[in-house]
Write a protein that binds this ligand. Sequence first.
Ligand code: F6P
Length: 363
Amino acid sequence: MAIRSSITKTFGILTAGGDCPGLNAAIRGVCRAAHDRYGMNIIGIANGFRGLIEENTRALRPVDFSGILTRGGTILGASREKPFKPGNDPGEIVGEKVAAVKDTYRKLGLDCLVVLGGNGTNTTGYKLTREGLNVIGLPKTIDNDIVGTDRTFGFHSALAIGTEAIDRLHSTAQSHNRVIVIELMGHKAGWLALYAGVAGGGDIILIPEIPYDIKAIGRHLEERAKTGKAYSIVVVAEGALSVAESEMEKKDRKKYRAENGPSVAYRVAREIEEETGMETRATVLGYMQRGGIPSASDRVLATSLGTAAADLLAKGEYGRMVALLGNNIGSVDLSVPEGKVKTVPEDHHMIDTAVAVGTCMGV
Ligand code: F6P
């Protein structure tokens, strides 16, 4: 393959925030295209922004990004280090971390930094552009909550895992005539619970965007019982909350939650038992949703976004986040996702779909 001309000669690549299936496919996409098509030099940065602060980096060669398409996790390692945010260390000075990031960037002779991450990572990336660095973002997260892209990679794989879990819970709930509450990830946005709930035929779906009323949940479960369905599946996003919680001050809500079980699934299960007297169990799927091999769809999306990022690097189009826009791969300004969370709009067609097939959304 003839090497094409490229404005970017050397770039760094890192993965930050929670991991997700498809990260390695995206790394491979960026690196293969950047190396094979454009002849760029690649520096892998370990453990997200921490690797830049601690100068933990290494040159990546084709052997490093070969054979990783199907692997879960990230070969670079990840962390939730946010150089612009103070951590827990006493006396920690934020400016020093940002200075260390900039220092490493210059020492390595980078023309650009490619950051693979969620809202926090792309926001940090944008802030770094304001500090004078060149940055390109790639949107990843199982939460699917990044503004500027129609979908993030990781979501499709987690959706399949969540759906399979709901399928499996159906048979045991039915055998025992129980209500089973399953908690899926999604702190601020309910995409995963909503889509997995629809795909798995959840009877009730609770998402952070729609505070739930336990009375409405109780009525729905009792109606089902009257029609001979003495079991039910309740799919709940980890950030779902009751109407009462939604009206509390943040600190009161925190206290209430600390006193009422380890997470929302347990709170909802207890409330259902108190409201209806039905035997109820809670299951938290947790990190299962982020682990393991990416789905075919996530591999395709991650690879396409990765190669698109390499094209931006070659053209010197910095300060962008590559994105799925309809059926096309494009890019948006890195300021677009900055500091935002894409939540489920009240009038989203999937909410209407769920309700149309008889699912209760908690109200
Ligand atoms: O990656 C996003 C996410 O999966 C959220 O849904 C969840 O709140 C969070 O990660 C938990 O991750 P960690 O425990 O790694 O911070």
